[in-house]
Design a protein around this ligand. Sequence first.
Ligand code: ADP
Ligand code: MG
Length: 487
Amino acid sequence: MEYEVIIGLEVHAQLNTTTKIFAESPTEFGASPNTQVSTVCYGLPGALPVLNVSALEKAIQAGLAVGSEITLFTKFDRKNYFYPDLPKGYQISQFDKPICVGGKISFEIKETGETKSIDLTRIHLEEDAGKLMHSADPSIPSSYVDLNRAGTPLIEIVSEPQIRSSEEAYLYLNSLKNILRYIRVSDCNMEEGSLRCDANVSIRPVGSSEFRTRVEIKNLNSFKAVKAAIDYEVEWQKDQYSRGLSFTQMTKLWDSVALKTVPMRTKEMAHDYRYFPDPDLPPISLTKEYVDELQSKLPELPDARKKRFMNELGLPQYDAEVLTSEREIAEYFEETFSKSNDAKKSSNWVKDEILGYVNKENISILEFPIQPERIGEMIALINKGEITGKIAKSIYEEMLTSDKTPSEVVKEKGLGVVRDDKQIEELVVKALSENPDAVDGWKKGRDRVLGSLVGAVMKSSKGKADPKLVNELLLKHLGPLGEKPKS
Ligand code: ADP
Ligand code: MG
């Protein structure tokens, strides 16, 4: 039987506020256990939560960036459950009035060039729980609780079950991560746990329209794991059905060593959590003006920027994609372009030379030693004919280790283009006498040899001769194609 795969993703993204969602404790990653906690994080009786407005604003901006509707009257609810990493016995979350409703995440399917959009159900705000650490030594069977993460602000982004393959899940996650990073509300670092994903997976016979039992997979700590876990789970469900077996709705864990999904518990239903409005936090009433103000602060989003790079700057799609893959790269490119006034050359330098360096050194483009203005000026010098492309490479090398501007390097090292007729003529004569075969070819009508002669002159000038002048002088000395040279 042929099956269709149905996937809905629940993504938790940590908002990059400096303090927690309901307390003033810091959110910094990697601190020693239980050093970033207050009475609120410990959940001590009588400690009162106060909403961090920055978390609220970042959640709204995330919603606006994906086209959600912002709920003007919103509130917080208690989701009750017991676990040692949650001393209060409840998580503050949002139940029936999530801050954002609807919206879309789009991605391009490379093979077909088709753009697919996945509808979002909702985005809500909630607090993270603490972390349990278990002793690796079996002779000391103990567990430790670290509450540093407790109360870190999260947004949960819930998709409709419209994702149809593990590949689409991967593209969806990439696109979502890109947007959240672009608008700087989350760094989406999976290794540090600031982006986590649960995948809900079911399958149904092709042509059927009813949903079947789904399995929720947790513990997915990389995009690769998401893909592998979905693929494994789909095969498992196919196998169950092929043997006439059914299964109940459950939560499974991805075992990244055994590379399989293993049952963890049967799935709780919303009513098990006994949600109710948190009496310690008043509901929030927002105005449309407040939301519009936040909207006006959003930067241009990656998709719009990519289209502008293609339509207004005339860049190929591939260039536009590379340049908009991160906001910092796009900004670097734009600053280069504003100095150079040459979009394609700026793009080539940024995507080949500079990203090549950045990737090799494994640094961010913000740490790249040459500022975009200097690259832009260098390109402008090439276009004005003051330096050649080859000289530009050596100026670039020099700038990597100094703060000099391109013009300063040119002056100091005497790298400017040589336009002295006499000087170049000498080199032309020398090239002709050293390359009798090429001269012979020219006499016989082979025009291709001109290129190699230009190359020879350029080389002997160490790349400094004005190529146009070299061409002219060579033609003067060679005479018309197919005839004896004059000199
Ligand atoms: P819960 O909060 O209990 O996990 P939700 O109703 O919020 O449940 O849904 C969670 C996710 O499950 C959503 O992303 C939704 O799209 C997805 N989902 C719902 N039904 C199915 C199904 N039959 N197959 C796959 N995914 C599903
Ligand atoms: Mg859920």
